[in-house]
Design a binder for this molecule. Structure first.
Ligand code: PMP
Length: 320
């Protein structure tokens, strides 16, 4: 029988697909790793498993204990799945404004979600986490933005999978950064293993990597307003700052032309990959990461312009 023993075994080893419908220079190929194919629907399932495995190994958490993390999204879902495996209670502290779908999924996985006021931002969620850690015995906060296990997760899983999937033929690696764990761990692995790989980090406008002012953006899951301690600028061979408009128009093209239902951070990664393709030499392979799917952003209007456009067309064709 070819059957997984449990859902946890199905995390990682996601498929790689070639992107075909966008015009690329002759001999340049573009591939995407479909991280939305993980059981919890994102690249952060890998992190949830790794953080709890490390916490158990290091004796920071025991069966029956409680994991508490301030998180706006996918990391919470990944940790909630891992909490089932390790038999711990999970509490996530989430500012009210964040994606309803993600909070619902955390609850569905048995986690408790505590909302903090939107005006207090992530700082408010972090402060509340501190209070809970004091109140609840046997509790532990992995702290994805500070924890070196975050990039290690990707050094040990995503990096090797990319090398294996592409037979080591990777010239350019493109990934968005929220905490920067995915980019940092994977880029480090690719450079250690393959040497000459151009590693390109992607951020939305309003993120600070390019030195611009910090402001809000619609692209979800990527963008930094401070630099986590594990960020190594030596790994950045290029930085692409992608506007919300470009990220959203690319994700809509990905749906319509490729049949890929991806979120806005994937749209930004695709936009940056196409810019890299335009300057690549024949024979080069570019690979990027699609971290999650569009389905968890339907209520925040990810396809709204598509719907508006369809409605306008319907009205116009009715008139003519
Ligand atoms: N895209 C999405 C949708 C995410 O949720 C995240 C994690 N915040 C990322 C990209 C970026 O991952 P990382 O934190 O590893 O930089």
């Amino acid at each position: 029988m070819n059957v997984a023993k449990n859902v946890h075994e199905l995390i990682g080893n996601t498929p790689l697909v070639e992107i075909n419908s966008f015009p690329l220079p002759d001999g340049v190929r573009l591939f995407a790793k479909l991280e939305f194919m993980n059981p919890g629907g994102s690249v952060k399932d890998r992190l949830g498993q790794y953080l709890l495995r490390q916490a158990f190994r290091e004796g920071k958490l025991e069966k029956g204990g409680t994991v508490i993390e301030p998180t706006a999204g996918n990391t919470g879902i990944g940790l909630a799945i891992a909490a089932i495996r390790y038999g711990v209670r999970a509490i996530f502290v989430v500012p009210e404004k964040f994606s309803v779908e993600k909070q619902t999924l955390m609850r569905a996985l048995g986690a408790e979600v505590i909302n903090t006021p939107t005006e207090l931002g992530m700082e408010g969620a972090i402060a509340k986490t501190g209070e809970l850690l004091k109140e609840i015995p046997g509790s532990y906060c992995p702290g994805q933005f500070q924890n070196a296990s975050n990039p290690e997760t990707y050094y040990e899983s995503l990096g090797p999978e990319l090398v294996e999937g592409l037979d080591g033929k990777i010239d350019v690696f493109v990934a968005g950064a929220g905490s920067g764990g995915t980019f940092t761990g994977t880029s480090k692995y690719l450079k250690d293993r393959l040497g000459n790989v151009k590693c390109v980090i992607v951020e939305p406008e309003g993120s600070i990597l390019n030195g611009g002012p910090s402001h809000s953006h619609k692209t979800e899951g990527i963008g930094m307003d401070f630099l986590p301690p594990f960020i190594d600028r030596g790994l950045f061979d290029a930085i692409h700052t992608i506007s919300d408009e470009e990220a959203f128009s690319r994700l809509r093209e990905a749906a319509r032309n490729e049949g890929l239902l991806v979120g806005s951070s994937s749209g930004a990664a695709l936009a940056a990959s196409l810019k890299e393709a335009a300057i690549a030499r024949p024979g080069m392979n570019i690979v990027t990461i699609f971290p999650d799917s569009s389905e968890r952003y339907i209520s925040s209007g990810i396809y709204e312009e598509v719907i508006k456009h369809e409605e306008e067309n319907a009205v116009n064709s009715w008139r003519s």
